[in-house]
Design a protein around this ligand. Structure first.
Ligand code: SF4
Length: 582
């Protein structure tokens, strides 16, 4: 990976430049956050010409390292107003790495229309994309593939109508290995940033690219083997293990059992209908409807965990892929919906319109709280999704996310931090993840520091979820996560590498093999801290203060059943986690 490609949407030019010396070792989130920190004015409007959209594959993306085809996307978020990194697993990341492109930086704004940018080993070309706007993505992708020699030759990055309308709940969509428009860098509204630039598609054909070669093949291969061994051994990540059998939705019953499954807009910690929307129900339902035992598939080339499911209709035809835990929860339990076909349709509509399922599930739940629908009414929720897709006045409000919807409808119970709706873990019942939500640079985001691993799953030890003493835990998890997001590995490798020491060593050795570095375990924390420090600095310059690192007030006085607990971690404890600005 040698070059940075700058795409200027104002004058539709594309130029390559060398990777600056100071970014020599940076890729993935480390590089996207570096470029956003160094080049984007922190106070700029996220949808204005001064924001930039940055794509970067990870350090080992494009190699034979398992489960490493992630693409990081960065920019200033229209949802939070702060820095954002969201990532997705897709062959698109692999193709970018194989072209020798360390990052794409999209700048400026088109003065009219939407555009498709095609990147090949010869450079980048622009073509009008207006003919593909206003449509569902499942209708659009096949024609784009057809025009560019098919799914064997190219991968596609795009926005849906939500991004075209610059809605803050819009994500950036990538195709999976079967060409489905279904893998999202979903959070934070980066789809709206892409839409604001007039960029509808980036199509990549990596034929003739230089490929990716490690600086030290032996070191890299040694690390890769250790990583693969750890992933195939651990109970959560191994073949026919928890994720391969039931997908991430295997968590529905587990989190419900501990009283931490947010239900009816975070009013309860348990959902009576949890078992009906859980990973086990998806597995059994598919078996009943298709007559076969379907194990899950890999969203991207080289993944050996293979956690992505597919849900089928009663007649056995495919309905949607993939129903993640977060989506089953957001569009199910959080809206009181226990009908898996309704959840599947909501999930599919998010894929069609280009929306973040977490933000939209949270938004519908807030709208239900505001009287727009009844909790549990799946058919009405589907109508609301269509309002977003059609861009009606109500749909535009909903597409702006939960916080805006709550303000519009006079709802004070909006479970967000920095404008981003909370994911699928109740912070009152699981304190460490609550601390992550509060102080993450990303707004409420479980993937910033997944303390659920030790608090609930017994990975890397077992901690009491109700114990509030989690400052060190969330800090260390946030640093380690920033590093994993830099490697290009899917975050789900964390289960194996936290429990199996050789897997953790393998991750570092892979990076050393690629870069020719001599990193040790200490460098994981050092680099993670460097990334977080940059992101914190950007957010401070954007106007954030410690007062933004708080959970919503209602959680401090409203007791959450079944444990009847409130959010009781003092502000001073939150402020201590990252300390004063350096
Ligand atoms: S573990 Fe799941 S989400 Fe991660 S890369 Fe593999 S299939 Fe995709």
């Amino acid at each position: 990976m040698e070059r940075i490609l700058r795409i200027n949407m104002t004058d539709r030019t594309a130029t390559f430049e060398d990777v600056p010396k100071k970014y020599k070792e940076r890729a993935g989130r480390w590089l996207t956050s570096s470029i956003v920190h160094d080049e984007v004015p922190a106070t700029c409007h996220p949808l204005g010409p001064n924001n930039k959209l940055v794509f970067s594959p990870g350090i080992v993306t494009g190699t034979s390292s398992p489960t490493s085809s992630r693409i990081s996307v960065g920019g200033k978020s229209p949802l939070t107003g702060g820095i954002k990194e969201a990532n997705a697993g897709t062959g698109w990341a692999r193709r970018l790495a194989n072209l020798g492109i360390r990052a794409i930086v999209v700048e400026g704004q088109a003065t009219e229309g939407f555009w498709l940018v095609k990147i090949t080993c010869e450079g980048a070309t622009f073509e009008p994309a207006d003919a593909w706007t206003g449509e569902k993505l499942s209708a659009v992708y096949p024609t784009v593939f057809d025009k560019h020699d098919g799914v064997e030759t190219v991968d596609i990055c795009s926005i849906g109508v939500a991004g075209e309308h610059k809605m803050p709940a819009a994500g950036i969509c990538f195709n999976d290995q079967n060409g489905r428009p279904s893998r999202y860098a979903g959070r934070g509204g980066l789809g709206a940033v892409m839409g604001s630039k007039g960029l509808k598609f980036i199509v990549i054909d990596s034929k003739g690219g230089p490929g990716v070669a490690p600086a030290n093949k032996d070191v890299f291969d040694g690390g890769r083997k250790k990583m693969a061994a750890a992933l195939t051994e651990h109970a959560i990540t191994k073949p026919e293990g928890a994720l391969n059998s039931y997908g991430t939705a295997v968590l529905v019953n587990i989190i419900n059992e501990v009283g931490g499954l947010p239900t009816n807009n975070f009013r309860y910690g348990r959902f009576d209908g949890a078992a009906k929307i859980a990973g086990e129900a998806i597995f059994e339902g598919n078996k009943e409807r298709t007559g076969s035992t379907l194990y899950n598939h890999a969203c991207s080339p080289g993944c050996i965990i293979r956690c992505s499911n597919t849900w089928h209709r009663e007649d056995g035809t495919e309905h949607t892929s993939c129903i993640e835990y977060e989506s089953a929860w957001a569009l199910g339990a959080n809206c009181g919906i226990d009908n898996l076909d309704h959840v599947a349709e909501l999930n599919q509509l998010c894929n069609e319109y280009g929306l973040d399922t977490i933000e939209i599930g949270g938004t519908i739940a807030v709208a239900m709280e505001g009287g727009v629908a009844e909790f549990g009414d799946g058919e009405r929720a589907i109508e609301l999704l269509h309002e977003i897709g059609q861009g009606t006045p109500l749909g535009r409000i909903l597409g702006a996310g939960a916080a805006v919807t709550g303000k519009t409808l006079g709802v004070h119970r909006v479970p967000h931090v920095k404008g981003q709706n909370m994911p699928a873990y109740e912070p009152r019942a699981i304190k460490g993840i609550g601390m992550t939500y509060a102080i993450s640079t990303m707004g409420a985001d479980h993937t910033s520091g997944y303390t659920i691993a030790p608090e609930i799953l017994g990975v890397s030890g077992k901690l009491d979820p109700l114990n509030p003493d989690k400052a060190e835990l969330t800090r260390n998890f946030q640093y380690a996560t920033a590093f994993i997001d830099t490697t290009g590995h899917c975050l789900f490798i964390a289960f194996a590498i936290l429990d199996i020491a050789s897997g953790f060593e393998g991750m570092i050795e892979e990076c050393n093999g690629m870069l020719g570095t001599s990193w040790t375990a200490d460098d994981v924390g050092r680099i993670g801290k460097e990334i977080l420090d940059m992101e914190l600095d950007f957010n401070r310059r954007a106007g954030f203060t410690p007062a933004d690192d708080r959970l919503p007030e209602f959680m401090t006085y409203e007791k959450l059943p079944p444990h009847d607990v409130t959010w009781d971690i003092p502000d001073s404890e939150l402020d201590k986690v990252f300390g004063s600005p350096s």
